[in-house]
Each structure stands twice: as structure tokens, then as C-alpha cells.
Design a protein around this ligand. Structure first.
Ligand code: GLY
Ligand code: MN
Ligand code: MN
Length: 430
């Protein structure tokens, strides 16, 4: 979608939020709602701050990730009033504010002070944001029942949000292609991260989460957080889980690549890719997301049997006895939006057989989810299987061969539509 078309969707998005917020405020009896953008906290005992990204509800309305100490006032029937902190400061620059259509439906004022502006005739006021910012602000701070309903306003994405998420996918896919080339060219984890940043034109601090870039065994640590600056003597596999933010909206994509000569691992990647595509095809209105998670375990069991990693136990037994959980310990995915693990995913707690599942809802049009099956060789999880009564079913020589490749994850971002789904990652060429 061209930039101009995308930008012209934003005023409609803001009108939709106005309606959703007015309903939530009426239910909870509030006349006004003030949202703090937040500010980067200082590192303890230091004069340096953490990188700032912004508070979810503020980003939901504005997409302005760089605006610290700013405030947004919502009142029924009135234009949203946005106070942007733009101090005269010779140490730092203020974020630029290009002239865009959303400014026609919000009143923007610039302020020099960090404190919340004085509000006339606010009536019963709720104030939401990082409590550290709210010390001297009047009103009810972060009332839980209201917050829960405001989270719910983020579940069904507007056309503007879906356009932003699609763009975040297009940019990230370019980064993943560059990362793959850097890996096949012999790059280290650090060099692969540079290739990703260069292709996405995004500083790592601005990404929705710290990129996970693991070569070989490192691919088996789910949120591996370091970058070796030297490439290993033999690079066998790359797992990269990395996204970008576009106007506040996140992509969250994972790809796994094997080096040449890794026949067994390459076949497992291919098998998991086929499973992942089938799971993406399950995404549709009315589908219980937990059922997609459970289907993943069945698919992992079939893969483990087909690849000869286990033998003598049928697929059903592998799931029932918890063997698949040792290879696939996380959930199949989560909501995605202004936060990478977007809010309101669990009206019901995760079931006992899926303790790390972040989304337990029935899918509805407008929801955006990730589908991210994985298959890993994680010694701390597999040791208890190997040492237990089921250990004799595991083919240790196959496991040892795979161990040095760490693991596989394949992750796409999928929108639930009225009659099925749109896979934003594959649409972008990922
Ligand atoms: N990148 C974190 C996740 O996939 O949930
Ligand atoms: Mn991810
Ligand atoms: Mn994810």
C-alpha cells in the first residue's frame, strides 16, 4: 500500500479508538482519561537512561515512539488533545513531527514542562501510564477494570493497524533475506545482526525486541541474547528471530537456515516449514487458538518419528507422555500489535499442558497472531527424557548429530479475516 493511502487510514483509526474509549469510559464512569507517554528510566546509580519506546495506549493513538513526557487527553465527544514535550534543549534534539493527516483529528500543543498539563473541567478523571510519571497528577491512577477494557480495544486491529503491521513485515523480510545471505557468506552473529540492521534501516534499540541471532548450538536457546563477534569454525545453522517497528507496530518473524551438507537438519527444517504452513492455514474466525497449539504437538510428534529421532512410540504417546514438550517447550504464539506480545491474549489462563501459551482465545476477524512452531535440542529438557523410562525410545546418535544445530523455529504474522486469514509475512516474500 502506498504511503499516502496508509496515512489516510490513520484518522479513521483514531475515530474508531475514540468510539471504543468512549464506551469503556462510560462503563467505568469516567469523564476524562489522561494517557502518559512515559519516559525512559535512568539506570540505577548512573546518569544514563534506558532506551525509550513508549507506553502501549499512547502508541495505539499516536504511533509516536520517541515522545517522552507527553500526554494525551480523551474526552467523550471532543477532539483528542495531545501535549507533546518539545523542550528548548541544546543537549538533545526533539523528535520530528511531519505534517500528516492524523493532525486533522487531534489537537496538538507543544509543552516545555514534563509535568502533566493542568486540565480544566476534567470531571471524574482516570490517568494511565507508568506510575513513576504520575506522582502529582490528580485523578484515579491505572484503575484495573478500566485498563482491562482498554486492553480489549487493542484486540481487533483497524485497517490502519493492519497496514502498519504489513509494512513492518515487508521491512523485516528484507532484513531476514540479508541475514541469511550474511550467514551463508560466513558471517558471525554480530555481522548477521549488522546485515539485518542495515537492510531494515533500524537501530537495534528501536526494534520491538532484542533480535535473537543464534548460530549452531545457540539456536537451541529460545531467547539467546548475545552476539559472538567471531564466526564458528564450522557454521551449521542459523536461527534468527527479529522484527521491526513501523509507526509503533511490530513484526515478529523467525527463520532457520542450515548450511550445506546438513541433510538431516535441513530435512527437519523442511518438515517444520510444512507443519508451520498447515498451522497458518488453520487460522480463521471461530478457531480456538489452543487447538492450533495442540495440533502443533501432533505435528512435532510425527516429525520426530519420521526423522528417526524417536522410535517405538506412536505420535499420540509422544504427546501424551510429554516428549514433544521437551522438543517444543513454548507456546505456538501470541497476539501482535503495538507490543510484540500484545495485550489481552489470556481471558482464560493457559491450560496445564501449555503453561507458556500467551493466547488462549477463540480467533475473531481483526486479531493478529503469530504462528511459531519450534523444534529444539535443549539439553536441560531432554536429559530428563533420556534419563527416564522413555529414554530408550530416543535415538541418541541422531540426537547427537542434531545437537550442534541447536534448533528450528519458523514464525509468521497472520491476520484473522472475515473468512480465513492473511499471512503478512509470506505476502511480503518471507
Ligand atoms: N520474538 C519473541 C517471540 O517470538 O515471541
Ligand atoms: Mn519471535
Ligand atoms: Mn513471537
Amino acid at each position: 500500500m502506498p504511503d499516502t493511502e496508509l496515512l489516510f487510514l490513520q484518522p479513521d483509526h483514531i475515530q474508531t479508538l475514540q468510539q471504543r474509549y468512549e464506551r469503556a469510559m462510560a462503563v467505568h464512569g469516567y469523564d476524562s482519561l489522561l494517557i502518559s507517554s512515559g519516559a525512559a528510566p535512568m539506570r540505577y546509580g548512573d546518569d544514563q537512561s534506558w532506551h525509550f519506546q513508549g507506553y502501549g495506549p499512547f502508541l495505539h493513538w499516536t504511533g509516536l515512539t520517541g515522545q517522552e513526557h507527553s500526554w494525551l487527553l480523551i474526552r467523550p465527544g471532543q477532539t483528542p488533545l495531545l501535549w507533546l514535550y518539545q523542550p528548548v534543549d541544546f543537549w538533545h534534539a526533539n523528535p520530528e513531527l511531519p505534517d500528516e493527516p492524523w493532525q486533522q483529528v487531534m489537537e496538538v500543543r507543544f509543552i516545555q514542562q514534563r509535568e502533566a498539563p493542568r486540565m480544566e473541567r476534567a470531571g471524574k478523571l482516570a490517568v494511565i501510564g507508568d506510575p513513576a510519571m504520575l506522582a502529582h497528577v490528580p485523578g484515579d491512577h491505572n484503575p484495573e477494570p478500566l485498563l482491562a477494557d482498554l486492553d480489549e480495544t487493542r484486540v481487533h486491529k483497524t485497517p490502519y493497524e493492519i497496514a502498519c503491521l504489513a509494512r513492518a513485515n515487508e521491512i523485516a523480510v528484507r532484513g531476514h533475506q540479508a541475514a541469511r545471505e550474511a550467514f551463508l557468506g560466513g558471517g558471525s552473529e554480530f555481522e548477521i545482526s549488522l546485515a539485518y540492521q542495515r537492510a531494515t534501516r533500524q537501530r537495534e534499540a528501536e526494534a520491538p525486541y532484542h533480535s535473537i541471532i543464534g548460530l549452531n548450538e545457540h539456536a537451541g536457546t529460545l531467547h539467546y541474547q548475545y552476539y559472538d563477534t567471531e564466526a564458528p569454525a564450522t557454521a551449521r545453522s542459523l536461527l534468527i528471530d527479529a522484527g521491526v517497528r513501523f509507526r509503533g507496530y511490530c513484526s515478529d518473524i523467525t527463520r532457520t537456515t542450515s548450511a550445506g551438507g546438513e541433510g538431516r537438519f535441513a530435512a527437519l527444517i523442511q518438515g517444520l516449514e510444512q507443519l508451520q504452513r498447515r498451522l497458518c492455514e488453520m487460522v480463521a474466525p471461530g478457531v480456538d487458538y489452543v487447538a492450533i497449539h495442540r495440533k502443533t504437538h501432533e505435528g512435532i510428534a510425527a516429525l520426530l518419528n519420521a526423522a528417526g529421532v524417536v522410535s517405538g512410540l506412536d505420535d499420540e504417546a509422544l504427546v501424551e507422555q510429554g516428549v514433544t514438550r521437551a522438543f517444543f517447550p513454548h507456546g505456538i504464539g501470541h497476539f501482535l500489535g503495538i507490543q510484540v506480545h500484545d495485550v489481552a491474549g489470556k481471558r482464560e489462563p493457559a491450560p496445564a499442558d501449555a503453561p507458556f501459551l500467551r493466547l488462549t482465545r477463540t480467533l475473531e476477524p481483526g486479531m493478529v497472531v503469530t504462528i511459531e512452531p519450534g523444534l529444539y535440542i535443549i539439553p536441560s529438557l531432554l536429559d530428563s527424557v533420556l534419563d527416564g523410562p522413555l529414554g530408550r525410545h530416543v535415538n541418541r546418535s541422531v540426537l547427537d548429530e542434531l545437537r550442534g544445530c541447536g534448533g528450528i523455529r519458523i514464525e509468521d504474522n497472520v491476520v484473522v479475516t472475515a473468512d480465513g486469514a492473511r499471512n503478512l509475512t509470506r505476502e511480503a516474500g518471507g
